[in-house]
Design a protein around this ligand. Structure first.
Ligand SMILES: *Cc1c(COP(=O)(O)O)cnc(C)c1O
Length: 247
């Protein structure tokens, strides 16, 4: 078995254990019964700086969702991997407004929307693109799936909307006809303990109560996936634990 495939299997096992520990489902007993509850957490493989060949290995091991941070690099790999029909691309990096056209065109999910201007531009560009040509990305229906990035640890230099402005941004996205508001994304500051995770869980529940399309809490990376799952994460973004350390 190759290393990437092995890493994916290990991470999936870790996700499963964290899920069952959190929701107190009896993993062992359920395994053999018809009520076996599969954990609903999506694994997003973060492939930034890694070559298309590594992504393809993960794809062949059954991995479908991939996250990229840098647009130029991503667009090249997306073209190289156009022969993988079920591959689904997520943009997770900071967004400059001059990049929204390419993002709308190439990605199915965007996790890092943190201001109204970006949301409106993504919506406009996607509309233009859909009216221009047939798009071939098969995991994409016509709408772009949006998570709002929250600056949950309130770090001055970091991306993300402040919690106090989250709900007005959510309304903007919800009003964009080509965007589907799916949820929230956060990168809690290292070593802050559980406070940021608890706040995210609370905001997510509140958003979910208001918008029926919201089903995704994108939280947890290689080093914090257990604590993220313990606080309601539904999608973990894992890079190094799948592809190895980045240079
Ligand atoms: C790089 C990155 C990840 C993955 O981090 P690892 O520590 O490699 O698991 C997840 N989310 C975002 C936004 C990232 O930039």
């Amino acid at each position: 078995m190759n290393k990437i495939k092995e890493n994916i299997e290990n991470i999936k096992q870790q996700i499963d254990q964290a899920y069952h520990a959190t929701y107190h489902t009896n993993n062992q007993a359920n395994k053999s019964s018809s009520t076996n509850r599969k954990n609903p957490i999506t694994l997003l493989a973060v492939s930034k700086t890694k070559p298309a060949t590594a992504i393809e290995q993960a794809y062949l091991a059954g991995q479908r969702n991939f996250g990229e941070n840098y647009l130029q690099e991503a667009v090249e790999k997306i073209a190289q991997l156009s022969h993988c029909p079920k591959l689904c691309w997520h943009f997770i990096g900071p967004i400059q407004s001059n990049k929204t056209k390419q993002i709308a065109k190439n990605f199915t999910w965007v996790h890092s929307v943190d201001r109204a201007k970006i949301a409106r531009r993504l919506n406009t560009h996607l509309k233009e693109y859909l009216s221009e040509e047939k798009h071939s990305n098969s995991c994409q229906d016509s709408a772009l799936n949006i998570c709002l990035q929250v600056n949950i640890s309130e770090e001055p230099s970091k991306s993300g909307v402040m919690a106090s402005e989250l709900f007005s941004l959510a309304e903007v996205v919800d009003n964009c006809d080509k965007l589907t508001l799916r949820g929230l994304m956060a990168i809690p500051e290292k070593n802050t303990g559980v406070a940021s995770y608890e706040k995210m869980q609370h905001l997510f529940k509140k958003l979910q109560a208001q918008y029926p399309t919201v089903d995704t809490l994108s939280m947890g990376m290689s080093n914090d996936l257990n604590i993220a799952i313990a606080h309601g994460s539904t999608m973990v973004r894992i890079g190094r634990a799948i592809f190895g350390e980045r240079d």
